[in-house]
Ligand binder design. Structure first.
Ligand code: AMP
Ligand code: FES
Ligand code: ZN
Length: 302
């Protein structure tokens, strides 16, 4: 197969785009998908500082690289979860990557904040991944807000977004459907949340990392039963295999035609938010979920 752009031998085949690309043209394709996402959803204004949540996995390392190559002012934030045999090597790999590439990186250690995930796991009797996700999102936003970043970028890709959309549709969850998207505006103490890789698949970010020599962390979290929404991702992969382009069509049509119907009057807009009585960040209850988790951990350790 020949590269669609330059005619050289193709290295990456993309049936959804009816194309194959050589390494250089694939990188250009990748950058253009990110530029299109940023432009269409007004993700980053000129000169704005962006905080990239870097887990050490392929998506977030690729995101840091591509945003920097596109000239954006980026810094990374890694949340060290305090999980034995996992968090130290993941953090070390993330630090090495940022150091070698000249990217500023901040590290937040959950153990120092009294929320090491193993302790949280013992104190909270709910699935740990959901609880950990809540804690991470709280600190991503809080760090970005307190340090003057205009936007917080995460490495969610098209597979993540379509699997989430599919799950929300299965439940017809109006509040989540109305709020889902690649860019959520800033509001009060919430900074803007952006997903610049939303037009790229997991395969495409993996290919980008491979071709750019990005040495990412491959092991799953020891507490997770695998990637999130695994069964939905499998279903959507089957659909994509029989009709290339379906995932993009499903998601883009939702943004263009579907989402608006879940935002209007009469729809469940989700809970009304108020400042948490302890930390001051937006909460649906008097005390936010993270401050309640902290109380449980303190009680369990007392
Ligand atoms: P996940 O939910 O694990 O697929 O992660 C989704 C995105 O959240 C990643 O692409 C990162 O941008 C971010 N993320 C997840 N875990 C961490 C972490 N420990 N530190 C910083 N960012 C993270
Ligand atoms: Fe949070 Fe595994 S429990 S990443
Ligand atoms: Zn709080």
């Amino acid at each position: 197969m020949k590269c669609k752009r330059c005619g050289e031998t193709a290295a990456v085949k993309l049936p959804s785009h009816h194309a194959g690309f050589c390494p250089d043209c694939f990188e250009l394709f990748f950058k253009r998908q990110v530029e299109t996402a940023i432009r269409r959803h007004a993700m980053i204004a000129p000169g704005e500082k962006v905080l990239v949540a870097v887990s050490g996995g392929k998506d977030s390392l690729a995101l840091m690289r591509v945003l920097s190559d596109l000239g954006h002012d980026v810094a990374g934030l890694h949340v060290h979860l305090g999980i034995p045999d996992s968090s130290d090597p993941v953090c070390a790999r993330t630090e090495a990557y940022c150091r070698e590439n000249g990217f500023a990186l901040h590290v937040l250690r959950m153990a120092e904040l009294g929320l090491a995930i193993p302790k949280v796991k013992d104190a909270v009797h709910r699935p740990i991944c959901a609880v950990c996700g809540k804690i991470k999102r709280h600190y991503f936003n809080r760090f970005a807000y307190e340090n003057g970043y205009a936007a917080l970028a995460t490495g969610h890709n098209l597979d993540d977004e379509t699997a989430r959309l599919f799950a929300n549709v299965l439940r017809w969850d109006e509040a989540y459907l109305g709020g889902q998207g690649p860019s959520l505006p800033a509001e009060g103490r919430f900074v803007r949340k952006i997903k610049p890789l939303y037009r790229l698949t997991e395969f495409e970010t993996a290919a980008y990392c491979f071709l750019k020599g990005i040495d990412h962390w491959k092991a799953a979290c020891p507490y997770s039963g695998g990637a999130s929404f695994t069964s939905h991702k499998r279903l959507l992969a089957d659909l994509e295999y029989t009709s290339p382009g379906q995932k993009t069509a499903f998601y883009e049509a939702f943004l263009a035609k579907g989402r608006q119907h879940f935002r209007g009057e009469g729809n469940d807009a989700g809970p009304v938010l108020q400042p948490c009585a302890r930390c001051g960040y937006p909460s649906s209850a008097e005390v936010c979920g993270v401050c309640r988790i902290r109380s449980l951990v303190e009680k369990a350790g007392a």
